[in-house]
Design a protein around this ligand. Structure first.
Ligand code: NAP
Ligand code: GLV
Length: 306
């Protein structure tokens, strides 16, 4: 079995070694133009030429959870597209989001500023009940995040396409319940996949439905958020702040206004990193399952876009 590795910006050797160990007998090589046909591909941001030259691929394994960039390419007809299904990401995402929510709720940023200024001062404790958190997307990552937040006793809401029941989380579903979900939320966490239905979903019309003094945490994709609308709502005071891990252009351009906005905390797309060993083990298992004709978690529905 041949496996082509085509991951832009990723050091290949540790992946090749790991995949060869996990799949004894498989030929795993970095793809180059004109390479021999492979059965499976392990990819991240591959060029269109890769798929044009490998129309026979049976399995395409994305080394990330989001497949929005991959689905912009013309893919081989009949190939099964598979994304990472947790592989160590959900605990990282839960850490990141809980940290951002708690930092805002407990005003740790203000305490840090006071301490830096040599000031020993107290703030009035806030009511947890006044900080309902809404999680958009209740998939592998969103469900884990919603459950983690509920452990800190915040009121937690969730919104997804299909209806869900999650202990400790008030679930809303579908476009018809979006307004009810937003109006019930003060802190909004975005963990939706980027699809034609969700692009620009964080915009004036939706964000202005959050409770006054709202807070936005975008950890999904930059194109979910209309940047100017966030800035307008921060300037008007309707929103108190935002934590952003993802941006329309990455790295965030030096001239982008987010850099200068003190109410926005920025991280460089690092909330849930691809962990190599976990990912290799998962991809190897999925390749074995695909070869055996067995169903597997993480198979992308191309029509749905995630
Ligand atoms: P997932 O398991 O596919 O979950 C997606 C969730 O979004 C599902 O609950 C789905 O609803 C819901 N959804 C999709 N379209 C919707 C719509 N139109 N309306 C309402 N809900 C909708 O994905 P995941 O593994 O949790 O990952 C989510 C996203 O996180 C990825 O696509 C990626 O963009 C992002 N991500 C970011 C980082 C980072 O480091 N910043 C790392 C990993 C992933 P159903 O359950 O009803 O299908
Ligand atoms: C990272 O953003 C991913 O989609 O895995």
């Amino acid at each position: 079995m041949k496996i082509a590795f085509c991951c832009t910006g990723t050091k290949p050797e540790p992946w090749l070694n790991g995949l060869r160990t996990a799949l004894p007998g498989a030929e795993v090589e970095v793809w180059h133009a004109g390479a021999a046909p492979a059965e499976h591909a392990v990819v991240w941001a591959p060029p269109q030429q890769f798929f044009d030259e490998q129309p026979q691929l049976k399995g395409i394994f994305n080394i990330g959870a989001g497949v929005d960039a991959l689905l912009k390419l013309r893919l081989p007809a009949g190939a099964t597209v598979v994304r990472l299904d947790d592989a160590g990401m959900s605990v990282q995402m839960a850490e990141y989001v809980c940290h951002a929510v708690i930092r805002h709720f407990r005003e740790f940023d203000a305490y840090e500023a006071d301490i830096l200024a040599g000031k020993w001062s107290y703030r009035k404790p806030r009511e947890r009940a006044e900080f309902p958190v809404g999680v958009m997307g209740l998939g592998v990552l969103g469900e884990r995040v919603a459950k983690a937040l509920s452990q800190f006793e915040f009121p937690v809401m969730g919104w997804s396409r299909s209806a869900k029941t999650i202990a400790g989380v008030q679930c809303f579903a579908g476009a018809t319940q979006l307004s009810d979900f937003l109006r019930a939320s003060k802190v909004l966490v975005n963990l939706l996949p980027l699809t034609p239905d969700t692009r620009d979903i964080l915009r004036l019309e939706t964000l202005s439905q959050l409770q006054g003094g709202g807070y936005v945490i975008n950890v999904a994709r930059g194109a979910h958020l209309v940047d100017e609308d966030l800035i307008a709502l921060l300037d008007s005071g309707h929103l108190a702040g935002a934590t952003l891990d993802v941006f329309r252009d990455e790295p965030l351009p030096a001239e982008h206004p987010f850099w200068q906005q003190p109410k926005i905390s920025i991280t460089p797309h690092t909330s849930a990193r691809t962990l190599r060993d976990e990912s290799i083990a998962q991809i190897a298992g999925k390749i074995r399952a695909l070869e055996a004709g067995q169903p597997m978690a993480g198979t992308v529905d191309l029509a749905r876009g995630y």
